[in-house]
Design a protein around this ligand. Structure first.
Ligand code: G6P
Ligand code: ZN
Length: 543
């Protein structure tokens, strides 16, 4: 194989966000753009002899082209082998599993998660380390620094590799192994959950509806729910992967998974409905005419974890991102285990899991997972719920309501304002920051401001400090408003407003979240002046 050294010049915009580098496909299609970023990753790493790289993506437009480039660059940069998902496809949690199971040096995952796909839409790339998790900030910062000074990249002259069938191709000593990652992943799930009990639950006439949203989990769902658990074909919808995700927005929430929501709230609603996102790491859980917030889902799984074989011995600890509600904190307190509060981004959980400090982690952004891999895991969360339903014989709604009776309810909602011009979004943040000194002690209706700050986090394992992670307005009654800008968008800014109020009052526990939070929303707008500064009266998405 002849290694070519190609002269290039830096792009200024290759700074990884919350979860890797995400840009429009057209940005990635510029000459050298992808190559520069991949070389910046490789230049940041100390690649040992005999290193193997895992490569795969969510199957979106440009996935195939990018994988061929990465394979050629891996060969030129000292890797001896790549493990690639069949057709170049690996869900994000399956990729994490492959890195761990086959102990590869690391992995490159091609995904823009739940963002729409297609020639005019989004693409993304991120590097995961040998623990299977997203690279921590010190690595992503170093990659960005390299990308600003890069002057050349290395690539070999190889014919395009056929990724359609499982097997090994050897070219001049460099191996490309195409693997069936669905089987590895399904095997892992079967070891963790009580498949026999779930099978019985389904066979007893309970109904499940799963929506893969035309994205990566389709083949996994068919194997796990269909083949291994015996669910009928009509339980599985949108399970064919398409390069533009069926033209949809594969984000499993009440707005973008509208078809599933209609079924779950319809006349023939199933007992349990769930969806996963573009790359398979997110989940949405619904019962019969009932929505479970991701924060409650995490808390409930933690509280009942012993009913799941993989966690029968209990949990070492739990973690949640700062904007996620404190519901899981209450469970941790009762269980007598530690609960960590991290910035937004799954990468912050990796150290805690590696150090054995936490077993379960979750985020309000529809991410839940455990230390079985180092990514959040959509299908794993669905199986947690199925296992709990099968083990208890309860409905989703009764499980949640009983949970609230025991622990109280953290009434919670997130309001997103998408596509806001960056200057306006920055103005909202600046307006709140300007009140940092004056807000404490101020009274707004029933709410008295206790403290205001910009969240910062010191990693308890390696001492790394992350600042500027979101504005928190904490009220004396325990309610809070968190405001931050999304780090995963590709156009303009998205302002996220997270609202949370705690209640032990049984009557208030029955209330609709928007109703229960109405007064807090008014106060939030008063403080942030968001409607005035952005001209937006209503959020784009409410979850
Ligand atoms: C991705 C990350 C999550 C994060 C979410 C929202 O899914 O993996 O860890 O919570 O994006 O991030 P954002 O910055 O858009 O709020
Ligand atoms: Zn995702």
């Amino acid at each position: 194989m002849s290694i070519q050294t190609v002269v290039t010049t830096p792009f200024a915009d290759q700074k990884p966000g919350t979860s890797g580098l995400r840009k429009k496909v057209r940005v990635f299609q510029q000459d050298h753009y992808l190559q520069n970023f991949v070389q910046s990753i490789f230049d940041t790493l100390e690649i040992p002899a005999n290193a193997v790289l895992t490569v795969g993506g969510d199957g979106r437009f440009y996935n195939k082209e990018a994988i061929q480039v990465i394979i050629k660059m891996a060969a030129a940069n000292g890797f001896v082998k790549v493990l690639v998902g069949q057709h170049g496809i690996l869900s994000t949690p399956a990729a994490s599993n492959i890195i761990r199971k086959y102990q590869t040096f690391g992995g490159i995952i091609l995904s823009a998660s739940h963002n729409p796909a297609g020639p005019d839409d989004d693409f993304g790339i991120k590097y995961n380390t040998s623990n299977g998790g997203p690279a921590p900030e010190k690595i992503t910062d170093a990659i960005f620094a390299k990308s600003k000074t890069i002057s050349q990249y290395k690539i070999v002259d190889l014919p395009a590799v056929d990724l359609s069938s499982v097997g090994v191709t050897t070219l001049d000593g460099f191996e490309i192994e195409v693997i069936d990652a669905v089987r590895d992943y399904a095997d892992l799930m079967e070891q963790m959950f009580d498949f026999a009990a779930i099978k019985r639950w389904l066979a007893a006439g309970h109904r499940l509806q799963f929506d893969a949203m035309h994205a990566v989990t389709g083949p996994y769902a068919k194997e796990i729910f269909g083949h291994r658990l015996g669910a009928s074909a009509d339980c599985l919808m949108n399970c064919e992967v398409s390069e533009n995700f069926g033209g949809g927005h594969p984000d499993p929430n009440l707005t973008y998974a509208a078809d599933l929501v209609e079924i779950a709230y319809g006349a023939h609603a199933p007992d349990f409905a769930a969806a996963s996102d573009g790359d398979g790491d997110r989940n949405m859980i619904l019962g019969h005419h009932f929505f479970v917030t991701p924060s409650d889902s995490l808390a409930l799984i933690a509280a009942n974890a012993k009913l799941i074989p993989a966690y029968a011995k209990g949990l070492s600890g739990v973690a949640r991102s700062m904007p996620t509600s404190g519901a899981v904190d209450r469970v941790a307190a009762k269980l007598g285990i530690d609960c960590y509060e991290t910035p937004t981004g799954w990468k912050f959980f990796g150290n805690l899991m590696d150090a054995g400090r936490v077993t379960l982690c979750g985020e309000e952004s529809f991410g839940t997972g455990s230390d079985h891999v180092r990514e959040k895991d959509g299908l794993w969360a669905v199986l947690c719920w199925l296992n709990l339903l099968a083990a208890t014989g309860e409905s989703v709604e009764s499980l949640v309501r009983k949970h609230w009776q025991i622990y109280g309810r953290n009434v919670y909602s997130r309001h997103d304002y998408e596509g806001v011009p960056t200057e306006q979004a920055n103005a909202v943040i600046a307006h709140i920051k300007a009140q940092f000194n004056s807000l404490p002690g101020q009274v707004f209706g029933h709410y008295t401001v206790k403290t205001v700050d910009d969240f910062s986090y010191t990693d308890p394992v390696d001492g790394a400090v992350s600042t500027g992670q979101g504005l928190r307005i904490l009220f004396a009654c325990g309610s809070r408003v968190v405001i931050r800008l999304s780090g995963t968008g590709t156009e303009g800014a998205t302002i996220r407003v997270y609202l949370e109020a705690f209640t032990e009052d049984a009557a208030q526990q029955q209330m609709d979240a928007q109703e229960a939070l109405a007064a807090l929303i008014t106060v939030s707008n008063q403080i942030s002046q968001l409607p005035q500064l952005t001209g937006r009266q209503q959020p784009t998405v409410i979850t």
